[in-house]
Ligand binder design. Structure first.
Ligand code: CA
Ligand code: CA
Ligand code: CA
Length: 165
């Protein structure tokens, strides 16, 4: 299964290389961010084909913390549509987390994470934003922007699937 990885570093901006997926969609570019504001870059790995329980293709995003010795698994967290605070329900073929895109939207030194679930609601989907906190990315307090809010045509829009920077 293709894994979309946004490698984030506090010091280095990687080229915005894009890789084609089996579905032809582009994956998230590699870029910098710090989700918990500790000065070390953190990693968001989208796993859109991941099963949750018996539901296949639900998808999730995994957050790895950066440290003085590099990325570490300790304290890693995974989020999907059944995570507390995330709008919607984890369903087969949601493909949640397909293009994790970090951005410090409120300039507090902790990056938020925008992502989509391109299979959600017959591929209409929405943009979801998970807040960055001193404890890293959290699902509580997440925001969702759909076609009704943004005034876009929902038909197969896959809103939140791709982000340009
Ligand atoms: Ca960090
Ligand atoms: Ca869903
Ligand atoms: Ca922020």
């Amino acid at each position: 299964m293709a894994i979309a990885v946004a490698v984030v570093s506090a010091a280095v901006t990687m080229p915005a290389a894009r890789a084609a997926t089996p579905t032809g969609r582009s994956e998230s570019p590699t870029q910098q961010a710090d989700f918990n504001g500790d000065g070390y870059g953190d990693i968001a790995a989208g796993v859109p084909g991941e099963s949750v329980g018996t539901r296949s293709g639900v998808g999730q995003v995994i957050i790895l913390r950066g440290s003085a010795s590099g990325p570490i698994a300790a304290g890693s967290r995974a989020f999907h549509q059944d995570s507390a605070g995330v709008e919607g329900v984890a369903e087969p073929k949601d493909l949640f987390g397909g293009a994790p895109s970090p951005l410090d939207a409120d300039s507090d030194g902790r990056a938020e994470l925008a992502l989509g679930a391109p299979g959600e609601n017959t591929s209409a989907d929405s943009v979801r934003v998970l807040p960055g906190t001193s404890g890293g990315i959290r699902s509580t307090g997440s925001m969702t922007f759909g076609s009704g809010t943004l005034g876009t045509d929902p038909t197969n829009a896959q809103l939140g699937t791709d982000f340009d920077h």
